[in-house]
Ligand binder design. Sequence first.
Ligand SMILES: Nc1ncnc2c1ncn2[C@@H]1O[C@H](COP(=O)(O)OP(=O)(O)OP(=O)(O)O)[C@@H](O)[C@H]1O
Length: 256
Amino acid sequence: MLELRKVTKSYGRGWPFSQKITPVKEVSFSVYPQKTTGLVGKSGCGKSTLARCITGLQPIDSGHILYQDVSLNRLSFRDWLPYRRKIQMVFQHPDTALNPKKKILESLKEPFRLHRILPEREAVQKIRESLAFFGLTEDILFRYPHQVSGGQIQRVALLRALSLQPELLVLDEPTSMLDVSVQAQMIQLLQKIQQEFSLSMLFISHDIHLIKAISDQVLIMKEGRILEQGSTESIFSNPIHPETKKIADSLRVGLF
Ligand SMILES: Nc1ncnc2c1ncn2[C@@H]1O[C@H](COP(=O)(O)OP(=O)(O)OP(=O)(O)O)[C@@H](O)[C@H]1O
């Protein structure tokens, strides 16, 4: 459903952008319907940049981002809009996911209004009905983001993203700021969401254990390139690239 072909993205650095860094270098891979693709790599290898390119938050330099055979990066801002609804993103930092000045209910109503999905009263009703599925209670709606825990904020961010009924969810380190026990609850919720909503997910993390637990397919990224990709089973039991072998071995002996 999503295919990247030789996607490259660079940033200018210094003044006046005289140096160039290229965090994403000719990246190609596919994400399949109703499957979870895990993208794993060390901090700074270009994962978040790639996520922002896929969701249209940043333009790419070259290559193609194809969604159901439509080349998204060739679309105008207006033509990309329907795809923004189909491809939703949940960010790493719970505190930046929602507007700190707005009560949570306001942030949850926003996508309904922006995408003209439902009139306000019905939107609020729908939000109320959805809370229990996400492990939330009504009182959270009338609080500000700083008044709730990181785990609750990520649940709210998921509810918000899913209210647009996306087909693909891009999750950029959604659990990295959470305690281990809260992380486990989030993973359970994500698995429940995938079954309930028949979603495809691109799950980005530097945590190989999480990636192994949640993914059907794994991509190993290093210094802007995808070193190896394959089914979770083949990546961990029969790795080809020396770097992937190291990761698989360290997992086996419990070093990772
Ligand atoms: N807007 C930007 N302008 C300039 N350089 C950037 C920008 N965003 C990211 N970078 C640089 O690009 C490289 C890749 O960053 P990116 O955030 O994509 O990596 P990452 O793998 O997601 O890391 P982390 O897991 O720590 O978030 C880093 O060297 C980073 O400093």
